[in-house]
Design a protein around this ligand. Structure first.
Ligand code: X8Z
Ligand code: ZN
Length: 336
């Protein structure tokens, strides 16, 4: 609806004749009889296989992981740290599909981080910055989407060959790269509102100006003068900052590249999974345990050896796709 993730239109956007990524995660999860609990348990399994503690019993008794039948709830997924200690929970209307499989790992990343820094003094119980908080589960999700891992846990039966790498990366880029402009513009718009640069009569116009400038999108038809399209985005209505997701999009690839290096991986990055790697898990948990006790560059350095936000990890991950696209787009005019 917001054009923030495009992976689900891979079928109609990919060039004709290009094969798919070699597996259909939604179909596989459904065929194997997954339900919400099994999705969550599978997510938890990734973290425990890296050496982290299983979720407490209260997680299972107090979380909301399916949409209740008897009342209206906010279904936008979130993770909670109710007592700033061990009472961690997820609130999610989990459906059995590829998107929610990924989101389960994302949400649990919040809970795993919260538990890791629970031993810090109260004021340091928080993410190194809010981008870190969003990046933990996304980093894990990058491994959890690899065919190698999905085969290991029996979700798919065969690992596609190297011919599936470009399609896999193309689909991933439609989620991860296409998200960047959106992740940037939500708070750009909000800051224009908060600073008074834009007055209420022009809120919607300012929104679409940014949508066009950054995402190349226009509304499907003229918008009425009293429309408030940004209000349809949960984080705008809920007043949740959004730059965190933009930052997380970069951090997650830095975490992932560092983890794969630590694991001694030398193949294409998109095929790396650190599932079951306890040494990587230990180092990652040590970074998470720092919570907010040190400036974020120190936390980043503790795990990656890098001190700054660095998009070269994204470029490394998508390097084979970039090469392929450069050839595909030869002679084409890019932009809008
Ligand atoms: O809001 C979320 C998470 C909860 S922290 C589900 N995300 C952003 C969104 O849905 O807009 C994750 C990706 C970006
Ligand atoms: Zn989140």
């Amino acid at each position: 609806m917001w054009g923030q993730a495009w992976g689900n239109i891979y079928d109609i956007a990919a060039p004709q004749g290009l094969p798919g990524p070699g597996y259909d995660l939604t179909a596989s999860l459904q065929a194997k009889g997954y339900d919400a609990t099994r999705m969550m348990k599978t997510g938890e399994g990734f973290y425990t296989a890296m050496g982290m503690a299983p979720l407490p019993e209260t997680f299972w008794s107090r979380s909301m992981i399916t949409r209740p039948r008897d009342r209206e709830v906010v279904c936008h997924a979130s993770a909670w740290d109710v007592d700033n200690d061990q009472d961690v929970r997820v609130k999610m209307c989990t459906r059995v599909n590829a998107d929610d499989f990924y989101t389960v790992h994302h949400e649990l990343g919040h809970n795993v981080y919260q538990r890791a820094y629970a031993k810090q003094p109260f004021l340091f119980r928080g993410g190194a910055n809010d981008g870190f908080h969003e990046a933990i589960g996304d980093f894990v999700g990058l491994s959890a989407l690899t065919p190698t891992y999905l085969k290991q846990i029996g979700v798919i039966d065969t690992v596609p060959g190297p011919e599936a790498d470009i399609p896999y990366l193309l689909k991933m880029s439609m989620d991860k790269i296409a998200f960047l402009p959106f992740g940037l513009l939500v708070d750009k718009w909000r800051w224009q509102v908060f600073s008074g640069q834009v007055d209420p009569a022009h809120y919607n116009e300012a929104w679409w100006k940014l949508r066009t400038q950054y995402q190349g999108l226009t509304p499907p038809g003229p918008r009425p003068a009293d429309a408030f399209d940004p209000g349809a985005k949960f984080h705008v209505a809920d007043s949740t900052p959004y730059t965190r997701y933009f930052l997380a999009q970069v951090y997650q690839f830095q975490f992932y590249r560092a983890a794969c290096r630590q694991a001694g991986w030398t193949g294409p990055l998109n095929r790396c999974s650190v599932y079951g790697d306890k040494a990587v898990g230990q180092k990652f948990e040590a970074m998470m345990a720092m919570g907010q006790s040190k400036p974020w560059p120190e936390a980043l350095e503790a795990f990656t050896g890098e001190k700054d936000l660095d998009a070269s990890a994204i470029a490394d991950y998508f390097a084979p796709l970039n090469l392929w696209l450069t050839q595909q787009n030869k002679g084409q005019q890019c932009g809008w």
